[in-house]
Design a protein around this ligand. Structure first.
Ligand SMILES: Nc1ncnc2c1ncn2[C@@H]1O[C@H](COP(=O)(O)OP(=O)(O)OP(=O)(O)O)[C@@H](O)[C@H]1O
Ligand SMILES: [Mg+2]
Length: 256
């Protein structure tokens, strides 16, 4: 009789724990509290150690989920990491500086990174790698090609939503603009692009990749004055990297 009473109590306690976990949104605790309790009694864990194990697991899973959501939201075209970058292929790259930038202090100071160079030298790779570091640090990141970004700016303007789009762009922690200069912008597009850069100036970091050195930016933006104004803001607090060398895409083809 007594043992049945204990059994009923135990199962109703378990049900209540599961329910409380649901209210508190602790699904990992729900999944593991019984199994961990058995383990704890076998390995003689203290009450605090048991609670610690449960909460730690929950926090790790939640952090992981939140990082994955940030990576997804960033809309990277592919995933690359700083650790994967082969500095021996790019011996003139300032490895120490890149690694330091990987600590993301530049984000707090709203500094910009510019990766300029010919095709296949790792510009997009490095931009994504920095974006991944930022997403892993739970920062809000957005990846755009310059072409897509201009399309969205134009669409926002046409639908009368430019200011709210610029507000959203102003609030993210890191904006990546890939392939600037691959396509020339019309003058109205360049002016919208200027508004965006001006919005983020000294407020949030931008990473730009492009194939044109700065003296040719007038050609990208259809106007020397707009180009100078954009460049001035991007460069003011920035780390420009001028990457040279052969395309990594040809690495295996050429047999290097
Ligand atoms: N130094 C490197 N170490 C490892 N992988 C590299 C390196 N450089 C480039 N790659 C790889 O080579 C491919 C091309 O690099 P990436 O896309 O970054 O080139 P890019 O400079 O952006 O070229 P494009 O101007 O054509 O867009 C990618 O798969 C990238 O991961
Ligand atoms: Mg690229």
């Amino acid at each position: 009789m007594n043992s049945q009473k204990t059994k009923i109590d135990k199962s109703s306690i378990q049900k209540s724990i599961a329910q409380y976990c649901k209210i508190l949104r602790l699904p990992q605790v729900t999944d593991s509290f019984e199994e961990e309790a058995l383990k704890a009694s076998k390995t003689k864990l203290s009450y605090q150690e048991y609670l610690y194990t449960l909460l730690q697991h929950q926090v790790l899973v939640r952090t992981d989920n939140s990082i994955n959501a940030r990576i997804k939201k960033a809309r990277f075209p592919f995933i690359k990491t700083l650790e994967e970058f082969d500095y021996s292929f790019q011996p003139k790259m300032d490895e120490k500086l890149l690694r330091e930038l990987g600590n993301l202090n530049f984000l707090d100071k709203a500094q910009n990174l510019l990766f300029i160079g010919p095709p296949g030298v790792g510009k997009t790779h490095l931009a994504i790698a920095m974006g991944m570091k930022a997403a892993q640090a739970q920062k809000r990141v957005l990846f755009y090609t310059a072409e897509n970004l201009v399309e969205e700016l134009v669409a926002a303007e046409v639908s009368g939503k430019l200011n709210s789009f610029l507000d959203v762009m102003g609030r993210i922690d890191l904006l990546i603009i890939d392939e600037l200069g691959y396509l020339k912008m019309t003058r109205p597009a360049a002016e919208l692009f200027f508004k965006l850069i001006a919005k983020r100036y000294e407020l949030g970091s931008v990473i730009v990749t492009g194939n044109k050195t700065f003296e040719h930016w007038g050609e990208i933006f259809a106007d020397e004055v707009v180009a100078a104004a954009i460049l001035d803001r991007l460069l003011h607090h920035s780390f420009p990297f001028f990457i040279q060398g052969k395309s990594y895409r040809m690495k295996n083809i050429t047999g290097d």
